[in-house]
Ligand binder design. Structure first.
Ligand code: HGY
Ligand code: MN
Ligand code: MN
Length: 412
Protein backbone atom coordinates (compact mmCIF):
# COMPACT_ATOMS: atom_id res chain seq x y z
CA UNK A 1 0.00 0.00 0.00
CA UNK A 2 2.96 2.34 0.69
CA UNK A 3 4.53 1.56 -2.70
CA UNK A 4 1.15 2.13 -4.38
CA UNK A 5 1.17 5.78 -3.27
CA UNK A 6 3.87 6.37 -5.91
CA UNK A 7 2.28 6.99 -9.32
CA UNK A 8 -1.31 7.40 -8.06
CA UNK A 9 -3.58 8.92 -10.76
CA UNK A 10 -6.53 11.28 -10.31
CA UNK A 11 -8.82 8.38 -11.32
CA UNK A 12 -7.50 6.41 -8.34
CA UNK A 13 -5.32 4.07 -10.41
CA UNK A 14 -1.60 3.62 -10.82
CA UNK A 15 0.49 5.04 -13.67
CA UNK A 16 4.14 4.25 -12.94
CA UNK A 17 5.66 3.92 -16.40
CA UNK A 18 9.12 2.62 -17.14
CA UNK A 19 12.09 4.99 -16.89
CA UNK A 20 10.00 7.77 -15.33
CA UNK A 21 10.35 9.73 -12.08
CA UNK A 22 7.57 7.64 -10.54
CA UNK A 23 9.36 4.37 -11.25
CA UNK A 24 12.62 5.89 -9.96
CA UNK A 25 10.94 6.91 -6.69
CA UNK A 26 9.51 3.42 -6.24
CA UNK A 27 12.92 1.86 -6.91
CA UNK A 28 14.51 4.12 -4.29
CA UNK A 29 11.93 3.01 -1.72
CA UNK A 30 12.53 -0.64 -2.59
CA UNK A 31 16.28 -0.11 -2.27
CA UNK A 32 15.75 0.96 1.36
CA UNK A 33 13.64 -2.17 1.97
CA UNK A 34 16.43 -4.31 0.50
CA UNK A 35 19.03 -2.64 2.74
CA UNK A 36 16.79 -3.14 5.80
CA UNK A 37 16.61 -6.83 4.89
CA UNK A 38 20.42 -6.98 5.03
CA UNK A 39 20.86 -7.51 1.29
CA UNK A 40 23.77 -6.35 -0.85
CA UNK A 41 22.06 -3.99 -3.31
CA UNK A 42 23.14 -3.08 -6.84
CA UNK A 43 21.67 -1.88 -10.13
CA UNK A 44 22.67 -3.63 -13.34
CA UNK A 45 23.42 -2.01 -16.70
CA UNK A 46 19.73 -1.77 -17.70
CA UNK A 47 18.61 -0.53 -14.29
CA UNK A 48 17.30 -3.79 -12.80
CA UNK A 49 17.51 -3.36 -9.00
CA UNK A 50 19.06 -6.45 -7.39
CA UNK A 51 19.32 -7.38 -3.69
CA UNK A 52 21.59 -10.34 -2.96
CA UNK A 53 21.49 -12.60 0.09
CA UNK A 54 24.73 -14.54 0.26
CA UNK A 55 24.73 -18.33 0.38
CA UNK A 56 27.10 -20.59 2.28
CA UNK A 57 28.50 -21.45 -1.12
CA UNK A 58 29.01 -17.97 -2.52
CA UNK A 59 29.90 -19.30 -5.95
CA UNK A 60 26.80 -21.49 -6.32
CA UNK A 61 24.17 -20.45 -8.90
CA UNK A 62 21.62 -17.93 -7.68
CA UNK A 63 17.96 -18.64 -6.91
CA UNK A 64 16.37 -15.57 -8.49
CA UNK A 65 13.01 -14.19 -7.24
CA UNK A 66 11.16 -10.93 -7.90
CA UNK A 67 8.93 -9.20 -10.44
CA UNK A 68 8.41 -5.69 -11.88
CA UNK A 69 7.41 -2.30 -10.45
CA UNK A 70 6.38 -0.49 -13.65
CA UNK A 71 2.66 -0.40 -14.40
CA UNK A 72 0.23 0.09 -17.27
CA UNK A 73 -1.73 3.35 -17.65
CA UNK A 74 -4.12 3.78 -14.70
CA UNK A 75 -3.48 0.21 -13.55
CA UNK A 76 -3.78 -1.46 -10.17
CA UNK A 77 -1.64 -1.78 -7.04
CA UNK A 78 -0.73 -5.46 -7.17
CA UNK A 79 0.44 -6.24 -10.73
CA UNK A 80 4.22 -6.47 -10.20
CA UNK A 81 4.70 -5.02 -6.70
CA UNK A 82 3.13 -8.10 -5.08
CA UNK A 83 5.92 -10.25 -6.51
CA UNK A 84 8.67 -7.82 -5.54
CA UNK A 85 7.39 -7.34 -1.98
CA UNK A 86 6.72 -11.07 -1.47
CA UNK A 87 10.32 -11.77 -2.50
CA UNK A 88 11.58 -9.06 -0.15
CA UNK A 89 9.44 -10.41 2.68
CA UNK A 90 10.90 -13.90 2.16
CA UNK A 91 14.47 -12.60 2.44
CA UNK A 92 13.61 -10.30 5.36
CA UNK A 93 12.13 -13.29 7.21
CA UNK A 94 15.16 -15.44 6.49
CA UNK A 95 17.36 -12.68 7.90
CA UNK A 96 15.23 -12.42 11.05
CA UNK A 97 15.32 -16.18 11.50
CA UNK A 98 19.08 -16.28 10.73
CA UNK A 99 18.37 -18.95 8.14
CA UNK A 100 21.25 -19.80 5.80
CA UNK A 101 21.03 -21.49 2.44
CA UNK A 102 23.59 -23.27 0.30
CA UNK A 103 22.89 -21.08 -2.75
CA UNK A 104 22.79 -17.29 -2.83
CA UNK A 105 19.34 -15.77 -3.39
CA UNK A 106 18.72 -12.57 -5.32
CA UNK A 107 15.54 -10.49 -5.46
CA UNK A 108 15.28 -8.53 -8.69
CA UNK A 109 13.04 -5.62 -9.68
CA UNK A 110 12.91 -6.03 -13.45
CA UNK A 111 12.57 -2.89 -15.60
CA UNK A 112 9.81 -2.20 -18.10
CA UNK A 113 7.96 -5.52 -17.94
CA UNK A 114 4.66 -4.03 -19.09
CA UNK A 115 5.80 -2.27 -22.24
CA UNK A 116 2.97 0.24 -21.73
CA UNK A 117 5.05 3.34 -22.49
CA UNK A 118 7.04 2.14 -25.52
CA UNK A 119 4.76 -0.70 -26.76
CA UNK A 120 7.71 -3.04 -26.20
CA UNK A 121 8.07 -4.88 -22.90
CA UNK A 122 10.22 -7.07 -20.67
CA UNK A 123 13.29 -4.89 -21.28
CA UNK A 124 14.96 -5.81 -17.96
CA UNK A 125 14.48 -9.56 -18.30
CA UNK A 126 15.53 -9.56 -21.96
CA UNK A 127 18.74 -7.76 -20.91
CA UNK A 128 19.45 -10.38 -18.21
CA UNK A 129 18.82 -13.12 -20.78
CA UNK A 130 21.17 -11.36 -23.21
CA UNK A 131 18.48 -11.03 -25.91
CA UNK A 132 17.86 -7.25 -25.75
CA UNK A 133 19.16 -5.49 -28.88
CA UNK A 134 19.98 -1.88 -29.73
CA UNK A 135 17.15 -2.06 -32.29
CA UNK A 136 14.73 -2.94 -29.48
CA UNK A 137 15.74 0.29 -27.73
CA UNK A 138 14.52 2.31 -30.74
CA UNK A 139 10.84 1.76 -29.78
CA UNK A 140 9.38 5.18 -29.04
CA UNK A 141 6.75 6.48 -26.62
CA UNK A 142 3.86 8.77 -27.65
CA UNK A 143 6.13 11.76 -27.27
CA UNK A 144 8.65 10.29 -29.74
CA UNK A 145 11.26 9.49 -27.05
CA UNK A 146 13.02 6.13 -27.56
CA UNK A 147 13.78 3.59 -24.83
CA UNK A 148 17.49 4.39 -25.35
CA UNK A 149 16.86 8.11 -24.80
CA UNK A 150 14.69 7.44 -21.75
CA UNK A 151 17.43 5.19 -20.34
CA UNK A 152 19.95 8.00 -20.94
CA UNK A 153 17.69 10.43 -19.06
CA UNK A 154 17.56 7.87 -16.22
CA UNK A 155 21.35 7.91 -16.02
CA UNK A 156 21.86 4.59 -17.84
CA UNK A 157 24.08 3.92 -20.85
CA UNK A 158 21.99 2.16 -23.52
CA UNK A 159 25.19 1.07 -25.27
CA UNK A 160 26.14 -0.97 -22.17
CA UNK A 161 23.01 -3.18 -21.96
CA UNK A 162 24.99 -6.33 -22.78
CA UNK A 163 26.68 -6.01 -19.36
CA UNK A 164 23.35 -6.94 -17.72
CA UNK A 165 23.47 -10.42 -19.28
CA UNK A 166 23.72 -13.21 -16.70
CA UNK A 167 25.78 -16.25 -17.71
CA UNK A 168 23.64 -19.38 -18.09
CA UNK A 169 25.44 -21.20 -15.27
CA UNK A 170 24.99 -18.28 -12.84
CA UNK A 171 21.28 -18.81 -12.16
CA UNK A 172 19.68 -21.97 -10.75
CA UNK A 173 15.99 -21.00 -11.14
CA UNK A 174 13.62 -18.02 -11.33
CA UNK A 175 10.39 -17.99 -9.27
CA UNK A 176 7.81 -15.18 -9.34
CA UNK A 177 4.69 -14.53 -7.29
CA UNK A 178 2.06 -12.60 -9.27
CA UNK A 179 -1.66 -11.90 -9.17
CA UNK A 180 -3.63 -14.20 -11.48
CA UNK A 181 -5.40 -11.32 -13.25
CA UNK A 182 -8.17 -13.77 -14.20
CA UNK A 183 -11.14 -15.45 -12.53
CA UNK A 184 -10.04 -19.08 -12.36
CA UNK A 185 -8.80 -19.21 -8.73
CA UNK A 186 -11.81 -17.21 -7.56
CA UNK A 187 -14.17 -19.63 -9.36
CA UNK A 188 -12.36 -22.55 -7.68
CA UNK A 189 -12.42 -20.67 -4.38
CA UNK A 190 -8.62 -21.09 -4.00
CA UNK A 191 -6.21 -18.46 -2.61
CA UNK A 192 -3.20 -19.48 -4.73
CA UNK A 193 -2.33 -21.61 -7.77
CA UNK A 194 0.66 -23.13 -9.57
CA UNK A 195 1.41 -21.78 -13.06
CA UNK A 196 2.13 -24.35 -15.80
CA UNK A 197 3.07 -21.88 -18.53
CA UNK A 198 2.27 -18.59 -20.32
CA UNK A 199 0.44 -17.78 -23.56
CA UNK A 200 2.52 -16.71 -26.56
CA UNK A 201 2.06 -13.03 -27.45
CA UNK A 202 2.32 -10.96 -30.61
CA UNK A 203 1.83 -7.17 -30.65
CA UNK A 204 1.11 -5.64 -34.08
CA UNK A 205 0.58 -2.03 -35.20
CA UNK A 206 -1.85 -1.45 -38.11
CA UNK A 207 -1.48 1.80 -40.11
CA UNK A 208 -4.38 2.36 -42.56
CA UNK A 209 -4.06 5.10 -45.20
CA UNK A 210 -7.31 6.25 -46.91
CA UNK A 211 -8.19 9.78 -47.97
CA UNK A 212 -9.25 12.65 -45.75
CA UNK A 213 -12.27 14.40 -47.24
CA UNK A 214 -15.20 16.68 -46.61
CA UNK A 215 -17.86 14.97 -44.47
CA UNK A 216 -20.62 16.86 -46.25
CA UNK A 217 -19.53 17.14 -49.85
CA UNK A 218 -18.21 13.58 -50.40
CA UNK A 219 -20.85 11.01 -51.49
CA UNK A 220 -20.75 7.70 -49.55
CA UNK A 221 -19.67 5.68 -52.61
CA UNK A 222 -16.71 7.97 -53.28
CA UNK A 223 -14.90 7.70 -49.96
CA UNK A 224 -11.69 6.06 -48.74
CA UNK A 225 -12.65 6.12 -45.10
CA UNK A 226 -9.77 4.63 -43.06
CA UNK A 227 -11.84 4.40 -39.88
CA UNK A 228 -14.66 2.35 -41.40
CA UNK A 229 -12.04 -0.03 -42.82
CA UNK A 230 -10.44 -0.24 -39.36
CA UNK A 231 -13.83 -0.97 -37.82
CA UNK A 232 -14.34 -3.88 -40.25
CA UNK A 233 -10.87 -5.23 -39.42
CA UNK A 234 -11.41 -4.91 -35.65
CA UNK A 235 -14.69 -6.82 -35.91
CA UNK A 236 -12.93 -9.51 -37.99
CA UNK A 237 -10.20 -9.76 -35.32
CA UNK A 238 -12.81 -10.42 -32.64
CA UNK A 239 -14.34 -13.15 -34.85
CA UNK A 240 -10.99 -14.84 -35.62
CA UNK A 241 -9.75 -14.69 -32.00
CA UNK A 242 -13.05 -16.16 -30.79
CA UNK A 243 -12.75 -19.27 -32.96
CA UNK A 244 -10.70 -21.20 -30.38
CA UNK A 245 -10.94 -21.30 -26.58
CA UNK A 246 -7.20 -20.77 -26.33
CA UNK A 247 -6.84 -17.52 -28.27
CA UNK A 248 -7.48 -13.93 -27.24
CA UNK A 249 -7.27 -10.76 -29.36
CA UNK A 250 -7.44 -7.16 -28.11
CA UNK A 251 -7.34 -3.81 -29.89
CA UNK A 252 -6.32 -1.51 -27.06
CA UNK A 253 -5.19 1.63 -28.84
CA UNK A 254 -6.80 3.46 -31.80
CA UNK A 255 -5.74 6.86 -33.20
CA UNK A 256 -7.76 8.65 -35.88
CA UNK A 257 -6.20 11.34 -38.11
CA UNK A 258 -6.83 14.19 -38.69
CA UNK A 259 -9.63 13.56 -36.14
CA UNK A 260 -12.06 16.37 -37.02
CA UNK A 261 -15.82 16.01 -36.58
CA UNK A 262 -16.44 16.97 -40.23
CA UNK A 263 -13.45 15.23 -41.85
CA UNK A 264 -13.51 11.73 -43.32
CA UNK A 265 -10.66 9.94 -41.47
CA UNK A 266 -7.66 9.78 -43.80
CA UNK A 267 -5.43 7.70 -41.52
CA UNK A 268 -6.01 5.32 -38.63
CA UNK A 269 -3.44 3.57 -36.47
CA UNK A 270 -4.38 0.79 -34.06
CA UNK A 271 -2.66 -2.00 -32.14
CA UNK A 272 -3.41 -5.70 -31.79
CA UNK A 273 -2.45 -7.81 -28.77
CA UNK A 274 -2.96 -11.42 -29.95
CA UNK A 275 -2.25 -14.41 -27.66
CA UNK A 276 -2.55 -18.19 -27.74
CA UNK A 277 -1.35 -21.10 -25.65
CA UNK A 278 0.41 -22.74 -28.60
CA UNK A 279 2.78 -21.12 -31.10
CA UNK A 280 1.17 -22.94 -34.06
CA UNK A 281 -2.32 -21.67 -33.14
CA UNK A 282 -1.00 -18.13 -32.65
CA UNK A 283 0.65 -18.26 -36.08
CA UNK A 284 -2.52 -19.60 -37.76
CA UNK A 285 -4.79 -16.92 -36.27
CA UNK A 286 -2.28 -14.18 -37.05
CA UNK A 287 -2.13 -15.43 -40.66
CA UNK A 288 -5.94 -15.42 -40.96
CA UNK A 289 -6.09 -11.86 -39.64
CA UNK A 290 -3.37 -10.68 -42.03
CA UNK A 291 -5.13 -12.24 -45.05
CA UNK A 292 -8.55 -10.80 -44.27
CA UNK A 293 -7.04 -7.40 -43.49
CA UNK A 294 -5.58 -7.39 -47.00
CA UNK A 295 -8.97 -8.24 -48.55
CA UNK A 296 -10.85 -5.58 -46.56
CA UNK A 297 -8.29 -2.91 -47.50
CA UNK A 298 -8.22 -3.96 -51.16
CA UNK A 299 -12.02 -3.69 -51.58
CA UNK A 300 -11.90 -0.21 -50.03
CA UNK A 301 -8.73 1.04 -51.77
CA UNK A 302 -7.06 1.55 -48.41
CA UNK A 303 -3.29 1.11 -47.99
CA UNK A 304 -2.35 -0.97 -44.94
CA UNK A 305 1.01 -1.27 -43.23
CA UNK A 306 1.65 -3.81 -40.46
CA UNK A 307 4.52 -3.47 -37.99
CA UNK A 308 5.51 -6.22 -35.52
CA UNK A 309 6.09 -4.49 -32.15
CA UNK A 310 6.99 -7.63 -30.25
CA UNK A 311 6.64 -11.37 -30.52
CA UNK A 312 7.09 -13.66 -27.47
CA UNK A 313 6.88 -17.45 -27.76
CA UNK A 314 4.67 -19.38 -25.32
CA UNK A 315 6.72 -20.50 -22.30
CA UNK A 316 6.45 -23.62 -20.12
CA UNK A 317 7.25 -23.53 -16.41
CA UNK A 318 9.83 -26.13 -15.36
CA UNK A 319 8.35 -29.44 -14.17
CA UNK A 320 10.95 -29.52 -11.38
CA UNK A 321 10.13 -26.05 -10.08
CA UNK A 322 6.40 -26.82 -10.33
CA UNK A 323 7.04 -29.96 -8.23
CA UNK A 324 8.91 -27.91 -5.61
CA UNK A 325 6.03 -25.41 -5.51
CA UNK A 326 3.56 -28.32 -5.17
CA UNK A 327 5.57 -29.57 -2.18
CA UNK A 328 5.31 -26.09 -0.66
CA UNK A 329 1.53 -26.19 -1.21
CA UNK A 330 1.34 -29.53 0.60
CA UNK A 331 3.50 -28.21 3.44
CA UNK A 332 1.06 -25.33 3.88
CA UNK A 333 -2.01 -27.54 3.59
CA UNK A 334 -3.09 -25.87 0.35
CA UNK A 335 -5.06 -27.45 -2.49
CA UNK A 336 -2.66 -28.05 -5.38
CA UNK A 337 -4.18 -26.44 -8.47
CA UNK A 338 -2.37 -25.72 -11.74
CA UNK A 339 -3.39 -23.13 -14.32
CA UNK A 340 -1.96 -21.45 -17.42
CA UNK A 341 -1.25 -17.71 -17.54
CA UNK A 342 -2.97 -15.61 -20.20
CA UNK A 343 -0.84 -12.70 -19.03
CA UNK A 344 2.79 -12.40 -20.09
CA UNK A 345 5.55 -12.37 -17.49
CA UNK A 346 9.31 -11.85 -17.34
CA UNK A 347 9.91 -15.57 -16.85
CA UNK A 348 9.11 -16.00 -20.57
CA UNK A 349 12.42 -14.30 -21.35
CA UNK A 350 14.29 -16.73 -19.07
CA UNK A 351 12.56 -20.03 -19.87
CA UNK A 352 15.04 -21.05 -22.59
CA UNK A 353 17.98 -20.50 -20.19
CA UNK A 354 16.83 -21.32 -16.64
CA UNK A 355 14.01 -23.30 -14.98
CA UNK A 356 11.13 -20.92 -14.20
CA UNK A 357 8.14 -21.18 -11.88
CA UNK A 358 5.25 -18.92 -10.87
CA UNK A 359 2.76 -18.80 -8.03
CA UNK A 360 -0.55 -17.03 -8.72
CA UNK A 361 -2.55 -15.20 -6.07
CA UNK A 362 -6.33 -14.93 -6.48
CA UNK A 363 -7.62 -11.69 -8.07
CA UNK A 364 -10.99 -10.42 -6.84
CA UNK A 365 -13.46 -10.64 -9.79
CA UNK A 366 -10.41 -11.40 -11.96
CA UNK A 367 -9.92 -7.65 -12.42
CA UNK A 368 -6.48 -6.31 -13.38
CA UNK A 369 -4.91 -3.45 -15.39
CA UNK A 370 -7.63 -1.50 -13.60
CA UNK A 371 -7.67 0.58 -10.38
CA UNK A 372 -10.11 -1.94 -8.89
CA UNK A 373 -7.37 -4.65 -8.92
CA UNK A 374 -7.46 -6.33 -5.48
CA UNK A 375 -6.05 -9.38 -3.70
CA UNK A 376 -6.73 -9.92 0.01
CA UNK A 377 -3.88 -9.62 2.54
CA UNK A 378 -4.56 -13.25 3.50
CA UNK A 379 -4.17 -14.49 -0.09
CA UNK A 380 -1.07 -12.30 -0.61
CA UNK A 381 0.48 -13.76 2.54
CA UNK A 382 -0.30 -17.27 1.30
CA UNK A 383 1.54 -16.50 -1.92
CA UNK A 384 4.57 -15.19 -0.01
CA UNK A 385 4.56 -18.26 2.27
CA UNK A 386 4.57 -20.61 -0.71
CA UNK A 387 7.46 -18.61 -2.18
CA UNK A 388 9.31 -18.89 1.17
CA UNK A 389 9.02 -22.69 1.27
CA UNK A 390 9.91 -22.94 -2.44
CA UNK A 391 13.00 -20.77 -2.06
CA UNK A 392 14.23 -22.69 1.02
CA UNK A 393 13.92 -25.89 -1.01
CA UNK A 394 15.57 -24.59 -4.19
CA UNK A 395 18.36 -22.71 -2.37
CA UNK A 396 19.14 -25.59 0.03
CA UNK A 397 17.99 -24.67 3.52
CA UNK A 398 20.72 -24.93 6.20
CA UNK A 399 20.56 -24.13 9.91
CA UNK A 400 21.84 -20.65 10.74
CA UNK A 401 25.60 -20.48 10.35
CA UNK A 402 28.10 -17.77 9.47
CA UNK A 403 28.86 -17.72 5.71
CA UNK A 404 32.36 -18.87 4.68
CA UNK A 405 34.89 -16.23 3.61
CA UNK A 406 33.32 -14.43 0.65
CA UNK A 407 35.35 -13.56 -2.48
CA UNK A 408 35.33 -9.92 -3.46
CA UNK A 409 31.85 -9.11 -4.76
CA UNK A 410 31.95 -7.83 -8.39
CA UNK A 411 31.84 -4.06 -8.01
CA UNK A 412 28.94 -2.75 -10.12
O1 HGY B 1 0.54 -7.78 -20.97
C1 HGY B 1 0.72 -8.62 -20.10
O2 HGY B 1 0.36 -9.74 -20.27
C2 HGY B 1 1.42 -8.29 -18.81
O3 HGY B 1 0.57 -7.51 -18.03
N1 HGY B 1 2.66 -7.65 -19.05
MN1 MN C 1 2.73 -8.06 -14.28
MN1 MN D 1 0.49 -6.28 -16.28
Amino acid sequence: MVVSRIGRTSEGGMTRLSFTQEEKAALELLRTYMEEAGLTVRSDAVGNLIGRREGLNTLAPVVLIGSHIDSVYNGGNFDGPLGVLSALEVLQTMEEQTIRTENPIEVVVLRDEEGARFSFGMVGSRAMAGTLTQEDLEHKDDGGLSIAQAMGQAGLDPAAISKARRPKESIKAYVEVHIEQGKVLEKKNLPVGIVSGMFGIVWLKFSLEGEAGHAGATPMNMRKDALVAAARIIQMIEREASRTETTVGTVGQVQVFPGGINIIPGRVEFTLDLRATEAVVLQRVEEAIRCQTELICKERAIQCQLEILQRIRPAACSEHVQAVIRKAFRKRGLTEFTLVSGAGHDGMQFAHLWPIGMVFVRSEDGISHNPAEWSSPKDCAEGANVLYETVLDLAGFRRSAQPRRQPEQPSI
